[in-house]
Design a protein around this ligand. Sequence first.
Ligand SMILES: NC(=O)c1ccc[n+]([C@@H]2O[C@H](COP(=O)([O-])OP(=O)(O)OC[C@H]3O[C@@H](n4cnc5c(N)ncnc54)[C@H](OP(=O)(O)O)[C@@H]3O)[C@@H](O)[C@H]2O)c1
Length: 309
Amino acid sequence: MSLASMLSSKGPSGFGYASTAEDVTKGLDLAGKHVLITGSNSGLGLETARVLAMRGATVIGTARTVEKGRDALAPLGGKTIPVAMELSEPDSVRACVRAVRALGVRLDAVIANAGIMALPNHEMLHGVEKQLFTNHVGHFIFVNGLIDTLASDGRVVILSSGAHKNAPAAGIELDNLSGERDYRAWKAYGQAKLANLLFARSLAQRLAGSGRVANALHPGVIATNLGRHMSAVTRMGLLAVGPLFLKTVGEGAATETWAAVHPDAAKVNGEYLSDCNIATSSAQGQDKGLAEKLWVATEAIVARVGGPA
Ligand SMILES: NC(=O)c1ccc[n+]([C@@H]2O[C@H](COP(=O)([O-])OP(=O)(O)OC[C@H]3O[C@@H](n4cnc5c(N)ncnc54)[C@H](OP(=O)(O)O)[C@@H]3O)[C@@H](O)[C@H]2O)c1
């Protein structure tokens, strides 16, 4: 496919590579809807919050502190509620679950958007490689802690990445969740993003038939703060070729926004999305056996760090 046709092509949803979060919500009145977004103070989460609030939704947005969330969300106007959550700290995640539950609302969508990428050096949290813990285990506690507050047609949207294809040969190294053996930054990020995808697949199976759905997605490649751990050379290289293939933040936020609120996505369950359409993940990303093993291993980690929310 040529670059020009990639940029202009649209899939069965009527949206495509260049659709923005504003495009996919055009004409939607989201008044009365409650959407929870993790990592709402930056990048794709902030843009998703902006557009959903503009369309009338109440946006409950997590940031590491309430002040950080308020500083980001208040200028958006509309109805926004900042809540604090540090994903790397289970106590903070559980406290955030309690704070959201205390709002007493039914959640129409939960978007597990926050994440970190490609830490140059090996780091661990609670005995687990840091990207896997932050991106996956933190969200596993968070989403499962709120699942019964989802509306009867509520949606869970989990940010994975095309980088899930960089996961190690085993997909998830269940015998090396600490990452101590042979740490490589992109492999570890790939594993964490594969874990996000497999979590969505497993959750979708558990939700099947309930009216609620769960999906994972690749948002595109977008210059956000996510690249903060990349070397200056890699970042400059990306920015140099950026205009050729980087999405804008509006385009990058489109798929999560579509999955969370577009009527056509209401019945889509257990899929991997890209450019606002169903896409094909790696074979590892479709491995139900691996997804179940990850679920069991994650439950064991959660039990070790103080239990579910
Ligand atoms: N940008 C891309 O090209 C791309 C491609 C594929 C997938 N994704 C995925 O898209 C999602 C959003 O990324 P982005 O590009 O918007 O990145 P971003 O601008 O760096 O935003 C990430 C958000 O996650 C939050 N976060 C990170 N670590 C956290 C922690 N320990 N506790 C609580 N919050 C934490 C950040 O908070 P702080 O601001 O306080 O750090 C920020 O709000 C990520 O899951 C990423 O993996 C992005």
